[in-house]
Design a protein around this ligand. Structure first.
Ligand code: FES
Length: 152
């Protein structure tokens, strides 16, 4: 049986009916076709599915969509303003903060939260905050450089 859920995603309001066990990740990808948010592991280990809920970062594969009824969600698609990239997106491009790009949306959503929450002090602090976002290509040094540029 389906249950209703209302969400505001990237500034747009949605009312949907979903299975109670639908994850926020599946709702975003399957129902709203916002496929920028990636499914890596689907059990909280890789960070590819990172989005913001009310400005706080969340692994969207780990929570049910209905838990966020009435909440405001931001995905990677909501960061840019028209053709203008978010400063963190610009910094990832400038510093080559990715190779294959699969983990990048999650990395960028975490990186934005890292700076916003004041955890971008030292390189060690950045690496600690970003430790839940795995990059199989090993672009970590460049990701840290991008974050350091934005915090300055
Ligand atoms: Fe959510 Fe890997 S897909 S943490």
């Amino acid at each position: 049986e389906q249950v209703p859920v209302s969400l505001k995603v990237n500034g747009k309001k949605y009312k949907l009916n979903v299975e109670p066990r639908t994850t926020l990740l599946d709702l975003l990808r399957e129902n709203l076709h916002l496929t920028g948010t990636k499914k890596g592991c689907d059990y909280g280990q890789c960070g590819a599915c990172t989005v913001h809920v009310e400005g706080q970062r969340v692994n969207s594969c780990l929570s049910f969509a209905v838990m966020h009824d009435g909440k405001e969600i931001t995905t990677i698609e909501g960061l840019s303003k028209g053709d203008d990239l978010h400063p963190m997106q610009e910094a990832f491009v400038k510093h080559d903060g990715f190779q294959c790009g699969y983990c990048t949306p999650g990395q960028i959503m975490s990186a934005v939260a890292c700076v916003r929450e004041g955890h971008a002090g030292s390189e060690a602090e950045i690496r600690e905050y970003m430790s839940g976002n795995i990059c199989r290509c090993g672009a970590y040094t460049n990701i840290v450089a991008a974050i350091q540029e934005v915090k300055n």
